[in-house]
Write a protein that binds this ligand. Structure first.
Ligand code: C2E
Ligand code: MG
Ligand code: MG
Ligand code: MG
Length: 280
């Protein structure tokens, strides 16, 4: 009896795995043509300075709309792109498009904004990354200090010494690094001392229940004060309510980002949003 149940469970399991790998293969094939068919786009989410309420930057977030499959989340297709190597051309397209958009906003008189771009660990480990980023900035005539590369804690896991070398190289070129989803990865805090990090992005999972979860409040408070002592900036992700905002302000968080201010926007809508003035 137990044996039969076990076999059924196994069959169910493999059936589900099969469906998942079919989906991954479908996405992989569609993704190969996504760039040339212009199905990829960037949306931009405002980043707001907490004290002044001013928009001081944008995070570029990749969007893929396939004619038959519809809109596919980056949380689904980025891992597919990483496993088949497509993340390198796609990641380069993201970097170039975001930096060129920043140039257009500078020319349109939007003021000095920063542009944050998410980087896959596959891109980070690729030998040409620092030179590629410099080339893209030079081509667009954008100062390096306006670009922030968002990395997750995992990038340093495989090869910490290699990661330090890349970070030093990017730092020497004036490019800033922030740690995305901070607090959710596996890493030792000592890397904050060794790594050239500029900003910590407090993960939205700590922000979500900030108004009534004492543990989340303690964690967020500790991250902000530790960052302050180390001379790092902090930005809270996923800010949706005034209650969350009030707590972050009280603890001295420097920047905020989330639906309370705006969802990620198409470039033209981002521009209107910035011209609309300050908020918070
Ligand atoms: P992330 O970099 O941590 O981005 C934050 C995610 O939270 C985004 O989802 C954003 O739309 C969403 N978000 C922002 N504010 C709020 C809020 O107030 N509430 C809630 N519930 N969510 C909020 P998105 O755009 O679906 O991106 C998901 C992840 O996909 C990103 O997480 C990032 O890891 C990855 N990703 C997106 N674009 C790129 C890219 O160009 N390259 C790479 N390598 N990864 C990317
Ligand atoms: Mg990010
Ligand atoms: Mg994040
Ligand atoms: Mg994330």
């Amino acid at each position: 009896r137990a044996k039969r149940d076990g076999r059924n469970a196994l069959r169910f399991f493999t059936g589900e795995m099969q469906a998942q790998s079919v989906r991954a293969l479908t996405l992989e094939n569609a993704l190969r043509r996504a760039l040339e068919r212009e199905q990829l786009a960037l949306h931009y989410q405002p980043q707001v300075e907490l004290l002044s309420g001013r928009v001081i930057g944008a995070e570029a977030l990749l969007r893929w709309c396939h004619p038959e499959l519809g809109a596919i989340s980056p949380t689904e297709f980025i891992p597919v792109a990483e496993s088949c190597g497509l993340i390198l051309p796609i990641g380069e397209w993201v970097l170039r498009s975001a930096v060129q958009q920043l140039r257009r906003w500078m020319d349109a008189g939007l003021g000095e904004l920063t542009m944050a771009v998410n980087l896959s660990s596959v891109q980070f480990r690729h030998a040409d990354l620092p030179a590629l980023v410099s080339r893209i900035l030079d081509e667009a005539g954008v100062p390096a200090r306006l670009l922030e590369l968002e990395l997750t804690e995992g990038v340093a896991m495989v090869d910490p010494l290699g990661a330090i070398a890349v970070m030093n190289d990017l730092h020497a070129r004036g490019i800033r690094l922030s740690i995305d989803d901070f607090g959710t990865g596996y890493s030792s805090l000592s890397y904050l001392k060794k790594f050239r990090v500029y900003k910590l992005k407090i993960d939205q999972s700590f922000v979500r229940d900030l108004t009534d979860d004492p543990e989340d409040r303690a964690i967020v408070s500790a991250i902000i004060s530790m960052a302050g002592s180390l001379g790092l900036q902090t930005i809270a992700e996923g800010v949706e309510t005034v209650g969350q905002l009030a707590y972050l302000r009280e603890r001295g968080c420097t920047e905020v980002q989330g639906y309370h201010f705006s969802r990620p926007l198409a470039a033209a809508d981002f521009e209107s949003y910035v011209r609309g003035g300050s908020r918070g």
